[in-house]
Design a protein around this ligand. Structure first.
Ligand code: MLT
Length: 408
């Protein structure tokens, strides 16, 4: 009989969000009338910006004509979108990123997993703990880790614990690792790194010939102008970092799907014989073989994000969610929780009452207040004792949820 990929058997239980969905579904089946408020998965709730919808409608009409029909697009994305990204997301912030170095895709989750295709299996990998679970699970699936141990961590990975004492920004490790996943603004803790902190990471990576996999999917939520939105704002990052960005959270594309990954042409890795080779060519080869691009209609929608009207709409969406975050922070502080994040990120990270662990708090909040959140331990063993609440919801739900928590 054929064999399966046994690495999947190493995975702990379900992926975090399906596991939450399973518990919530069981609760709803038993309590069909419960007025549930979902602050668990970080999925946007506000409608797509009008500029994006208008651009998509126009693109659909074009597709209905011989002159405007588009079949397979470039696997790397249409140049007009890559040029808009290069100008508005990079050049305007003083970053040296060429349109040609931008690969449009259907999501950062996919890209941050797929990137492993072009990286050797023997790389030593570091992740923070807590961490966005996709970074860990995709390595497990690809056979780049050992078995899980009791704490839920996997053998073979280097975990960099982040907590209130280091401001949820991973300290530079003493040992040498080859691949480092960094996410700022951070999912799940909402922390954000300063230029100085990112500079230390870039310096480390350059000194040790390591690669930083930088997830900046939440950069639009940064409020403080002095904080970096991109790793390429740090000198030297072009030779040691790949960046993942997304239209999901800023422009509400979680259901529409459009993102991009930057691979500088100056970024080199080592071949089996020690010779250097550029990663851009490998990723280009990978994408050309395994990916057929994002649809023309969706890319037109994403392009509209960079129009004047699109920029105003995105700003207003981001402000809306950040006002939610601010309401949440204030209520949770008043209710006596230790509160982190929520200032430059749509996630508020709180410590759970001492007598509970984070899954117990999840069940408690679900049954007593009918609120869904995300237990910190789902993001790693160092997330135990914490809980994540997402600011992606409408205002009345956020206010009602905070009222219910205050009444507990
Ligand atoms: C989350 O809740 O952590 C997000 O939905 C992650 C994602 O964007 O995949």
């Amino acid at each position: 009989m054929f064999q399966i990929n046994d690495n999947y058997l190493k995975l702990k239980a379900g992926y975090l969000f399906p596991e939450i969905a399973r518990r919530v579904n069981a609760f709803v089946t038993a309590n069909p009338e419960a007025p549930l408020i979902r602050l668990g998965i970080g999925d946007v709730t506000e409608p797509l910006p009008k500029s994006c919808r208008d651009a998509m409608k126009l693109a659909i009409d074009e597709m209905g004509t011989h002159a405007g029909f588009h079949g397979y697009g470039p696997e790397q994305g249409y140049l007009w979108l890559r040029e808009a990204i290069a100008k508005w997301d990079y050049s305007e912030r003083g970053c040296d990123v060429d349109a040609d170095e931008i690969f449009v895709s259907d999501g950062s989750k996919c890209d941050s997993s797929n990137i492993l295709d072009i990286l050797g299996v023997d790389n030593r990998i570091a992740v923070t703990d807590p961490v966005y679970p996709v970074y860990v699970d995709s390595n497990v699936m690809a056979g780049r880790t050992g078995e899980a141990v009791n704490s839920g961590r996997y053998k073979g990975l280097t975990y960099l614990p982040i907590d209130a004492t280091n401001g949820f920004v991973a300290p530079i490790p003493e040992q040498i690792v080859d691949l480092i996943y960094l996410c700022f603004p951070n999912n799940p803790t909402g922390a954000v790194a300063t230029k100085e902190q990112l500079s230390c990471w870039v310096e480390y990576a350059r000194k040790n010939n390591s690669l930083i996999l930088f997830d900046a999917a939440y950069e639009a939520f940064i409020r403080d102008k002095s904080l970096p939105h991109s790793i390429y704002e740090i000198e030297g990052a072009r030779s040691c970092a790949i960046e993942f960005r997304s239209f999901s959270k800023n422009a509400g594309f979680t259901g529409t799907r459009c993102a991009f990954t930057v691979i500088p042409k100056t970024l080199k890795g080592k071949k089996y014989n020690g010779e250097e080779i550029d990663l851009w060519s490998l990723w280009n080869r990978r994408q050309s073989t395994k990916f057929n691009g994002v649809s023309y209609i969706i890319q037109r929608g994403a392009e509209a994000v960079y129009s004047d009207a699109g920029q105003a709409e995105v700003k207003s969406l981001v402000n809306f969610y950040m006002e939610n975050a601010s309401i949440m922070r204030q209520s949770l502080v008043s209710a006596g929780f230790d509160v982190f994040g929520g200032e430059h990120a749509p996630y508020v990270w709180i410590s759970v009452p001492k007598e509970m662990d984070s899954w117990t708090f999840f069940d408690f909040l679900l049954s007593k207040a009918n609120i869904v959140g995300t237990p910190g331990s789902g993001f790693g063993s160092s997330g135990e004792g914490y809980f994540r609440l997402s600011a992606f919801n409408n205002r009345s739900n956020v206010e009602e949820a905070m009222q219910r928590i205050s009444n507990l």
